[in-house]
Design a protein around this ligand. Structure first.
Ligand SMILES: *Cc1c(COP(=O)(O)O)cnc(C)c1O
Length: 494
């Protein structure tokens, strides 16, 4: 069963939690108890087998055939190569490559399976409505969600991204999706404003009423939805099993995990993997110049009232990390009263401060650091020079923060950095980092980078500039609701 972080809803089954996406009156669903599993039991499984064993523990009321059907995505060719999440070596750390899916970012690991869970959840709870998935994206979730839900019967998906706040490749990927049930619009303002406007529509009762007259209900493909977070737990077990197989660590020995962080979903999945029993020593939360989380771990004050920076790692340009709420819930002793107070401060004053005890508990569970733009460029360059290995700017943030951590703490524990996107997704930054002083057009950069390094452009990013694109719809955040009403004819009655 699932409970709300704010204690404002009675327990729900997994199907209900996934179908709803978030608690309607604010708050996020978390499992009532965290299941335990012994990693040794998982040896010899392939990725699909591992995913089945882990996710079954969380999906109490979904039929097991659905789970078995869903995990086939990891082996049916949608992910390139035999291993959907290979662990590779890059000098001082292991790198878990999570970008072999159709859209070349780690979001595919979850968004390829979420449509199965959502459809099955709707059926399980006897809802005959169609689902309208609302998604705010800082770049990668949007395309991954569009690909996952494109032409899936019973679903429609609307994606909103910050106008000018995503990379040219990311935007192009989204507007070339096609499909009869996909809607995409650019919203003026930054990602936080976009995400806040989307969350507001979620909780608008007048909008919900209009939807229900059309036999539609809202759900979410963002990592606020438990169905999106859960599949991400699997690859941390997978990473550990590979590290043991490759004799990087002895069986049972603890490892560190570094995660380039934005909305805090990916690192939260690692935290839950640790709670389930995976031998993890330290979790390292890496931010870019939007370093609100680094400051929080220093001071205990979460202050989103600060300049918003557009960086070369746009998927981490976030000042309000939604899933941090789940982490605080866990480390504060699952106290919904505290969460309610903090998050009401955040929404009215843009900040909150936690008590000493909670801060100490945060620090016992996680270390945080950040990297500047110059450091990111330097890291991409250095890693290529030294190890002949290409990384994207998000992954570079992770590696730089790890290097600082290791120097400062002298911790030689085997460490895995999650690589969250293909370097080709941000080819112009990567190319410019390799060729100092060079400056290429975003479209030429993919070919230039491939020519320079001999690495292949991932299939999903090839010929993007040639694909038919829809015209970009531009909206202010105040026009989102109006847009939905118009596109889905919510004001007409039939
Ligand atoms: C989404 C994303 C992130 C941030 O992940 P969160 O789960 O939001 O913390 C980091 N890197 C890339 C490439 C992403 O697409």
């Amino acid at each position: 069963m699932y409970i709300s972080t704010r204690g404002n809803m009675e327990k729900q089954t997994s199907a209900q939690a996934i179908a709803m996406g978030m608690v309607p009156s604010g708050g996020l669903f978390v499992p009532e108890t965290i299941p335990q599993i012994c990693w040794q039991e998982l040896r010899n499984e392939d990725y699909a087998g591992l995913a089945t064993k882990i996710m079954r523990l969380f999906l109490d009321d979904l039929p097991s055939e659905i789970l078995e059907e869903a995990v086939k995505v990891y082996g049916d060719g949608r992910f390139e190569g035999a291993n959907p999440a290979p662990l590779v070596d890059a000098g001082d750390c292991g790198i878990l490559e999570l970008w072999h899916g159709p859209t070349a970012a780690f979001k595919d690991m979850a968004l390829q399976v979420l449509p199965y869970f959502l459809a099955s959840s709707m059926k399980t709870i006897g809802l005959r409505s169609e689902v309208l998935i609302l998604t705010a994206t800082s770049g990668d979730t949007g395309k991954a969600a569009l690909e996952g839900f494109k032409d899936v019967p019973g679903t429609k998906i609307a994606v909103f991204y910050p106008d000018g706040g995503v990379s040219p490749v990311q935007e192009r990927q989204m507007i070339t999706t096609g499909g009869s049930n996909t809607y995409v619009a650019a919203v003026k303002g930054n990602f936080d404003e976009c995400q806040t406007a989307v969350k507001k529509m979620f909780s608008s009762s007048s909008l919900k009423e209009k939807l229900s007259r059309k036999n539609l209900v809202f759900s979410s493909a963002n990592s606020i939805n438990w169905g999106r977070l859960m599949p991400q737990i699997v690859y941390y077990f997978w990473a550990y099993l590979q590290a043991v197989d490759r004799r990087e660590v002895n069986p049972g020995e603890k490892i560190n995990i570094v995660v380039p962080t934005g909305n805090f979903g990916n690192i939260l999945a690692a935290y839950y993997a640790k709670k389930m029993g995976l031998p993890i020593a330290n979790l390292i939360c890496a931010s870019n110049k939007n370093n609100v989380l680094t400051d929080f771990f220093q001071s205990g004050i979460y202050n989103s009232k600060r300049p918003f920076h557009l960086t070369s790692s746009p998927s981490m340009d976030i000042l309000i990390s939604s899933n941090f709420e789940r982490f605080l819930f866990e480390v504060s002793g699952r106290n919904p009263q505290k969460i309610k107070a903090w998050f009401s401060d955040l929404s009215s004053n843009g900040k909150f401060e936690v008590d000493r005890e909670t801060l100490n508990s945060c620090r016992q569970n996680m270390v945080a650091g950040w990297a500047s733009e110059e450091e990111v460029t330097g890291t991409i360059h250095r890693v290529y020079q030294n190890f002949d290995y290409l990384i994207d700017p998000h992954t570079a943030v992770g590696i730089k923060v790890y290097e600082d951590y290791r120097r400062k703490h002298g911790d030689d524990t085997y460490t895995i950095v999650t690589s969250t996107a293909s370097p080709f997704k941000f080819a112009h930054h990567v190319f410019n980092a390799l060729q100092e002083g060079a400056s290429v057009d975003p479209w030429d950069a993919l070919t230039s980078l491939s020519d320079l390094t001999g690495w292949e452009i991932p299939p999903g990013l090839k010929d993007l500039s040639l694909k038919a694109a829809q015209k970009v719809t531009r909206l202010s955040s105040a026009q989102l609701e109006e847009y939905l009403i118009r596109e889905f004819s919510l004001d007409t009655c039939i």
